[in-house]
Design a protein around this ligand. Structure first.
Ligand SMILES: Nc1ncnc2c1ncn2[C@@H]1O[C@H](COP(=O)(O)OP(=O)(O)OP(=O)(O)O)[C@@H](O)[C@H]1O
Length: 241
C-alpha cells in the first residue's frame, strides 16, 4: 500500500521537554489511522509536525512525497485543531463559504461540507450562538470543505453525542474509501475499533502500530481498552527493567 505520511526519527522539543524522541511511522494512503495515547503523550505535537506548523529538532516528515509544511501541500492537507477555528461573528454557512472561497470553490461545496457534519439545520446560525459540539463540527466543515487528500483531525468527536459521533465516523470511512488519508486522535476505544490502523503513543514513543485486531491479539485480549493498558504496562516494565 502506498504511503501518504512518513515520519522518520522525529525529535521535537517543546519548552524544556523532548516530546517526541526519535519517532517513526508510516501511514498508508486511503486509510483511517487512529492516534491514541494518554494525555500529554505527544499526539497533537505529532499532528502539528505532519501539518508543518511545529518546529522540529531533527528527523523528517514527508506528506504525499513533499516535506511537511511545503507549499505544494497547502491545499492538499486539512487540519482540525482542538480549539475551534471558525469566526464567531459569521454563520455556519458563511464560515464554510469563506473557507471554500480560499480554495476557489463555490457555495455548493461549502453547503455540502456543512451537510456532511450534520449542521444543515444550524447553517444560518451565528457560530457564537452554537453549542461547543456544534462549534467543533463547524470547524470540521471548514477543514473538509476543500476535500483535502490528507485530513488531520485532533479529537474531532469530543463533545458530540453518540448518534453524531457515529455519523461523523461514517463520514471519515467514506472519505477514506474515496482515497483520503485520515489521521484522527481519540480517547474513545469504540472509535479506535473503527480505524484501519492504530498508532499507540506514550511518552513520545510508539508502542503499537497495527490493525485493531492485531493490537488486541498482541495483548491477548478482545478488549481494546484492556489491550492498550497491557501494552502500556509492558512498555513500563521494559523501561524499568
Ligand atoms: N506550547 C507548549 N510549550 C511547551 N510544552 C508544550 C506546549 N504544548 C504542549 N507541550 C507539552 O508537550 C507534551 C505533549 O503535548 P501534546 O499536546 O502533544 O499531547 P497530547 O497527546 O496531544 O495530549 P492531549 O490528549 O491532552 O491532547 C506535553 O507534555 C505538553 O505539556
Amino acid at each position: 500500500m502506498e504511503t501518504a505520511i512518513e515520519v522518520r526519527d522525529l525529535v521535537v522539543q517543546r519548552g524544556a521537554r523532548t516530546v517526541l524522541d526519535g519517532f517513526s511511522c508510516a501511514i498508508p494512503r486511503g486509510t483511517v489511522t487512529g492516534l491514541l495515547g494518554p494525555s500529554g503523550s505527544g499526539k497533537t505535537t505529532l499532528m502539528r509536525a505532519i501539518v508543518g506548523v511545529q518546529i522540529i529538532a531533527s528527523g523528517t516528515v514527508t506528506v504525499l512525497g513533499h516535506p511537511a509544511g511545503s507549499t505544494p501541500l497547502r491545499s492538499r492537507i486539512g487540519y482540525l485543531t482542538q480549539a475551534p477555528s471558525v469566526y464567531a461573528d459569521l454563520t455556519v454557512a458563511e464560515n464554510a463559504r469563506y473557507f471554500a472561497s480560499l480554495y476557489r470553490l463555490d457555495a455548493a461545496a461549502a453547503d455540502a461540507a456543512v451537510d456532511a457534519v450534520g449542521l444543515t439545520a444550524a447553517r444560518g446560525q451565528l457560530v457564537a450562538n452554537l453549542s461547543g459540539g456544534q462549534r467543533s463540527r463547524a470547524s470540521l466543515a471548514c477543514a473538509i470543505v476543500s476535500r483535502p487528500e490528507v485530513l488531520i483531525l485532533d479529537e474531532p468527536t469530543v463533545g458530540q453525542d453518540p448518534v453524531l459521533r457515529d455519523e461523523l465516523w461514517d463520514h471519515f470511512r467514506r472519505l477514506a474509501a474515496d482515497g483520503t488519508t485520515v489521521l484522527v486522535s481519540s480517547h474513545v476505544m469504540d472509535e479506535a475499533n473503527r480505524c484501519d490502523r492504530l498508532l499507540l503513543i506514550r511518552g513520545g514513543a510508539l508502542i503499537a502500530d497495527d490493525t485493531p485486531a492485531a493490537v488486541k491479539r498482541a495483548a491477548g485480549t478482545d478488549d481494546l481498552d484492556q489491550a492498550f493498558l497491557t501494552l502500556i504496562r509492558r512498555q513500563e516494565e521494559v523501561a524499568t527493567a
